[in-house]
Each structure stands twice: as C-alpha cells, then as structure tokens.
Design a protein around this ligand. Structure first.
Ligand code: HEC
Ligand code: HEC
Ligand code: HEC
Ligand code: HEC
Length: 454
C-alpha cells in the first residue's frame, strides 16, 4: 500500500514538474534565446564547465558574482571574444534570471589526480596556502579560503575550477587585462607569479575539493629561497626537527601566527605577532625575529633587556595585554621558535635586515588629511573603510588598523617614525615599496590620529 502511494505521489510530482513552464533563466541556460547560444553548450546544464577548455564552472559562484561578471562583460570592464557579445545581447532582467538559475547549482567535486603530478601539486598547494613572502606572493587562501570556497560576495569560489581557465585568468589578471568589480586585488595578487607558479597553482586549484581528498606531500624540496640574499636566511620551515624541541618550535610558530587563538589570555586586541613581523617573523626589513636573537640582550627603553623580557614587553605594548610568565609555556614556546629560526645567525653581529629601515621625514612634515585620501585609495580595500579589518568565519583575514581591536598608543608602532618605516617597507601588502617617504608619513599621521586603545 505504502509503495503504491509513493508511486502515485512520484507520478504527481513529475507530472507537475513537466507541466510547469521552465523559468526564463532555465530557458536561457538550456535552450538559448534568439541568436544567443544556450549557456549549457559551454558551461554545462549544472554549471559544471568543461575541464579541458577554458570554459569555467559556474556552479558555486553565487548570484552576485555571476550577475557582476555578466555586467562586466557587457560594459567592457572584462573583455572576452565569446562572452562579451553574449552578455551584450542580454537585458538586465535576463542576466538576473540566468544568474539565478546557475546560482542554484552546487559544484560537483573534481576528478582525482594523476599520480605523476604530486610534486607540482605540492608546490601549488604551498603557494596557494602560504604564498611566498620573499616574492611578495600573498597566499590565495587568504582571500579565497583554504578550501577555495570563497567568502562573502567579493571573493569567488575557485575550488575545482577548470585548470585551463584558472591559468588564463591568472595571466590576464597579471597583465592587468581583466579588471572588474574586484578592485584590483587579483591584479596585485597575481603580479609576482611566474609561468611555472601559474601552472602549479592552477593544477592545485582545479583539484581542490576532490574526493577522495588528495594526498599531497605537505612540503617539498623544490621551494625557492624566501628571503633576499645578503641578509640572513632562516632554515626552511620543513626543517623543524621531529623532537620534543621541534614540538615546542611548532607550538611557538602557531602562537606567533595566531596569537589570538593560542595565547588568548595574554592579549587585549586582535593582532598576531605576524601581523607586524612579516612572513612569520622571518622576513628581512620587516621586523625579523632572527635579528632580535642576534642582538639581545641590549638596551631597550633605557635598560639592558633580555630577549624574553622584550617578548614580554611586546605582549604588554603591541598586544595591549599582559606579560606571560617567564617560565610558562607561551614564552618558552615562542623563544623556542625564534631561536630555532636563528640557527646559523652570527650572535652580536650587526644583523643587516633588522627592524624596518628608517624613513626620513619630509621637510614639509606629515599631513593627516592627505593620509586619509591615500588610505581610501590604497588601504581600505583590505583594512576596511573604518579601519576595522576584514573577518571571515570570525577570524581576521586583514587585521584592524584602528579601533578597540587594533594596537594601542603604547605600541612601538604607534610612534610616527616607526609606523612610517613599517608602512614603507611592508604595505600595501601585495605591492610594498610603492609608497614614497612622504606618503608613508602622511598615512602614519592619519593612522595615529584615529581612535585606538590607550
Ligand atoms: C561558446 C561558449 C560559451 C557560451 C555559449 C557561454 N559562455 Fe560564458 N564563458 C565562456 C568562456 C570561454 C568564458 C571565460 C571568459 C574569460 O576568459 O574571461 C566564460 C565566462 C563566463 C562567466 C564568468 C565566469 C567566471 O568565473 O568569472 C559567466 C558568468 C558566464 N560565462 C555566463 C554565461 C551565460 C549566463 C551564458 C549564456 C547566456 C554563457 N556564459 C554562454 C564561454 C561561453
Ligand atoms: C587579496 C585578495 C586575493 C588574493 C590574495 C587572491 N585573490 Fe583571486 N580573487 C580575488 C577577488 C576579489 C576576485 C574577484 C575579481 C573580480 O571579480 O574581478 C578574485 C578572482 C579570482 C579568480 C577568477 C575567478 C573566476 O571565476 O573568474 C581566480 C581564478 C582567482 N582569483 C585565483 C586566485 C589564485 C590562484 C590566487 C593565489 C595566487 C588568488 N586568486 C589570490 C581576491 C584575491
Ligand atoms: C602592532 C605591531 C606589532 C605587534 C602586534 C607585535 N610587534 Fe613586535 N615589534 C613591533 C615594532 C614596531 C617593533 C620595533 C622594531 C624597531 O624598533 O625597529 C617590534 C619589536 C619587537 C622585538 C625586538 C626586535 C628587534 O629587532 O629589536 C621583538 C623580539 C618583538 N617585537 C616580538 C614580538 C612578539 C613575540 C610579538 C607577539 C607576541 C610581537 N612582537 C607583536 C611591532 C609589533
Ligand atoms: C592586499 C591587502 C592589504 C592592503 C591593500 C594593505 N594591507 Fe596592511 N596588512 C595586510 C595584511 C595581510 C597584514 C598582516 C600581515 C600578515 O599577516 O602577514 C597587514 C598589516 C598592516 C598593519 C599592521 C597590523 C595592524 O593591523 O595594525 C598596518 C598598520 C597596515 N597593514 C597598514 C596598511 C596601510 C596604511 C595600507 C595602505 C598603504 C595597507 N595596510 C594596505 C593587508 C593589506
């Protein structure tokens, strides 16, 4: 009886579906309209794309992104021999309809990988997740998420996107040919990439999310060095030993990189050590920790100070918190990390690359109003119009630069000259070294005048 009912019900449902007229979006996608080809010919009926052509997956991209992409093809911000004429043939209503249609399809997991690609994949993953600080390559994961599912309306889902398409887009962003609603973020992110990196990253992105999950070697022997020569080069990250000391080093690195998560009781803002000491404290001229190991104990705010006491001071001043105890796990692990990365550095030497290279103040002085204008142009896209930073899943992707969760007035960074030096050498994140000394001072004056903790 139950089966008969179920069959009857199924019959009703299919009959209903068959009689309901397809929506405008479905008609456009599946049959086309007038001279416009069916989108499905190239993108598939479920938006699955064509793996061997540069025909992208549309599933997973979401309504606003799809609609925005069609509009940019139509108004010329994004030019493509195939899509530009198609988009120009659509009315806004049709764009909305077909974007709605594809926004409802979920992406399928991509095919698993050929075995021989494991090294390329390992490299691709490394760039994807961590970038490469020496080359100023920002990890893709920072904006697209570790699993490539994008975030919010601005950062598209790229996991499982077709390899050929990803390659083509990275080249076109790098060349500045694809502009669009993304405000140049991708152009900056793609600029440092060379052809090999593009190949490796595109391969990795195309299989991101595959089932069964990939088994990729976590690290590899083929990474280029990450710090400019002439300055000290810390040991590679995969050289951390598998010993009790190594375990402390790994914990210390985690604290340095995610201070809010692993040293929560001792901090009063949202900043991690690595937000100001770039590249996990490894990068020359960006507050490297190996230089501190070489030079401490030394005079600091009028007293000869040990490195441990200097790290305690960082918690009080830069983290707006309180000092972790000298013999406790937080300080011990942090010191293990910075000592490990300094192996081979000459103790007591001059340590070229230390701190942030000083910047001379322009004769005309700093102008906070000019700084405000520069901030809107060059910084707000990541740090927010109100300096609040950007969060994803409750974690900061871009840290706040003023307000209650930023650094306080006691921090070293709150001194104009130090802040100007920091900005000139590290910001904008994807394009550092492009601020003039004057601009760095103007921005520093602007940031200093913003509200922040005492
Ligand atoms: C003849 C093949 C073809 C047809 C038909 C086609 N497209 Fe495309 N589509 C492409 C190609 C190729 C690209 C990549 C363009 C580029 O490189 O910028 C693309 C890109 C797109 C993008 C941008 C995707 C992204 O990830 O940024 C959207 C959205 C899109 N198409 C929607 C549509 C819709 C809607 C239709 C039907 C009205 C359609 N396309 C019909 C080939 C096609
Ligand atoms: C600073 C943030 C940021 C970083 C880092 C970043 N992206 Fe993007 N990405 C974006 C934004 C924003 C867009 C949307 C651009 C647009 O709509 O014009 C985008 C778009 C893309 C697209 C086009 C998606 C599509 O469907 O057409 C691809 C592919 C892509 N990114 C890959 C990467 C890869 C690979 C990396 C790492 C090398 C990377 N991105 C790093 C912000 C970023
Ligand atoms: C808001 C930015 C900021 C944060 C967050 C921050 N620091 Fe610093 N730190 C600085 C600045 C600026 C200096 C001064 C560099 C100089 O004087 O050239 C500095 C100096 C140091 C020094 C001395 C370096 C030297 O070469 O003399 C150590 C050690 C240090 N910080 C450790 C840490 C640790 C550990 C954390 C996390 C618990 C941390 N810092 C968090 C900005 C920051
Ligand atoms: C592409 C995104 C991006 C842009 C654009 C950018 N930053 Fe940053 N900024 C970052 C990231 C990411 C960090 C943290 C570094 C890390 O985690 O490795 C940071 C850190 C900072 C910090 C130290 C930490 C804090 O929150 O106080 C300051 C100050 C700062 N940026 C100011 C600026 C200024 C001023 C500009 C404009 C000239 C700018 N940034 C442009 C991404 C960006």
């Amino acid at each position: 009886m139950r089966r008969v009912l179920a069959l009857l019900f199924l019959g009703l449902v299919t009959a209903h579906a068959a009689t309901r007229p397809p929506t405008l979006g479905a008609r456009l996608a599946l049959d086309g309209l007038g001279s416009i080809h069916a989108c499905a010919d190239c993108h598939g009926s479920q938006g699955q794309g064509r793996p061997h052509f540069a025909y992208p997956k549309l599933a997973g991209l979401g309504f606003s992104y799809l609609f925005g992409a069609l509009r940019s093809f139509a108004d010329g911000r994004r030019l493509n021999g195939i899509m530009t004429p198609i988009a120009r043939g659509l009315t806004l209503k049709e764009m909305r309809a077909v974007a709605t249609y594809y926004a409802s399809s979920r992406p399928r997991p991509p095919h698993p990988v050929r075995r021989g690609d494991r090294f390329r994949l390992a490299r691709g993953r490394r760039y994807y997740e961590h970038g490469d600080m020496g080359d100023r390559l920002i990890g893709c994961a920072r904006c697209h998420g570790r699993r490539g599912r994008g975030m919010g309306m601005r950062f598209p889902w790229i996991a499982g996107q077709t390899e050929a398409y990803v390659k083509e887009q990275l080249r076109s962003f790098r060349a500045g040919a694809r502009r669009g609603p993304g405000l140049g973020l991708m152009r900056d992110a793609a600029r440092p990439l060379d052809a090999h990196q593009i190949d490796d990253i595109a391969l990795y992105v195309s299989v991101l999310g595959a089932r069964p999950p990939l088994s990729i070697p976590a690290n590899n022997a083929v990474m280029p060095p990450i710090v400019p020569r002439r300055t000290f080069v810390p040991p590679r990250r995969d050289a951390i030993p598998h010993t009790a000391f190594g375990a402390a080093v790994r914990r210390g690195r985690a604290i340095f990189d995610h201070t809010d998560r692993y040293a929560h009781p001792y901090i009063g803002n949202a900043l991690s050590c690595s937000d100001c000491h770039m590249g996990e404290g490894r990068e020359a001229e960006a507050g490297p920790m190996w230089a501190a190991v070489a030079l401490f104990p030394r005079s600091y705010r009028g007293r000869i100070t040990t490195l441990a006491a200097r790290v305690q001071a960082a918690f009080v001043q830069s983290e707006n918190g309180r000092a972790p105890p000298l013999d406790g796990p937080v300080l011990t692990d942090l010191l293990a990390y910075v000592h490990w990365m300094s192996r081979g550095e000459v103790i007591g030497a001059h340590a070229p690359g230390r701190g942030y290279p000083p910047v001379t103040e322009p004769k005309s002085g700093a102008d906070a109003a000019r700084g405000a204008g520069l901030y809107v142009q060059r910084c707000a896209v990541c740090h927010g119009d109100r300096g609040e930073g950007s969060r994803y899943n409750d974690r900061f992707v871009f840290p706040p630069v003023w307000g209650p969760l930023s650094f306080g007035r006691r921090a070293s960074l709150a001194q104009t000259s130090v802040l100007a030096a920091f900005l000139k050498s590290t910001m904008p994140y994807t394009d550092p070294g492009t601020l003039t000394s004057g601009a760095a001072y103007d921005l520093a004056a602007f940031l200093e005048a913003r509200p922040r903790p005492p």
